[in-house]
Design a protein around this ligand. Structure first.
Ligand code: THU
Length: 144
């Protein structure tokens, strides 16, 4: 059974994602995203979206956070948080399909994904599970 996250762990993860968002390199979309992952060892790794003049080379915040952790030898996760700005007409922005597939490589289907939206100074947080965002990931190792 997975240990539930404390309020403090959740707010620390969201704060880390928000701080990473400040480093967003997004001169083309002007859409800043921050992400943070909490590992089973209790470490937080962050990422932000990094764009390129060759637009398709852009890498999302979520993948940068996951790859930072995996590159540092930590690939067991308890939670992921991402944060964006509020867009008109949208309650929140959920992770793109590519990031969902990468999450599914390393994260349990029941793992919580916290999606935060900044509206001025107000931060609204939505909690999902990976399986809600990515019910049928590609998995070459098993038949689910
Ligand atoms: N982006 C992310 O960082 N994460 C997502 O889940 C979706 C989109 C970035 C990519 C690009 O830099 C900008 O947001 C607009 O698409």
């Amino acid at each position: 059974m997975e240990k539930p996250l404390t309020k403090q762990e959740i707010s620390d993860l969201l704060d880390a994602a928000q701080q990473a968002r400040a480093n967003s390199y997004s001169p083309y979309s002007h859409f800043k995203v921050g992400a943070a992952v909490l590992t089973q060892k209790g470490a937080i790794f962050t990422g932000t979206n990094i764009e390129n003049a060759s637009y398709g080379l852009t890498v999302c915040a979520e993948r940068n956070a996951i790859f930072a952790a995996v590159g540092a030898g930590q690939r067991r996760f308890r939670a992921l948080a991402l944060i964006t700005q509020k867009l008109p007409g949208l309650a929140f922005n959920s992770p793109c399909g590519a990031c969902r597939q990468v999450m599914s490589e390393f994260m349990a289907p029941t793992m919580p994904v916290f999606i935060a939206v900044l509206d001025g100074a107000k931060r609204t947080v939505y909690k999902k599970q990976l399986k809600d965002l990515m019910p049928f990931p590609f998995d070459k190792f098993s038949e689910k």
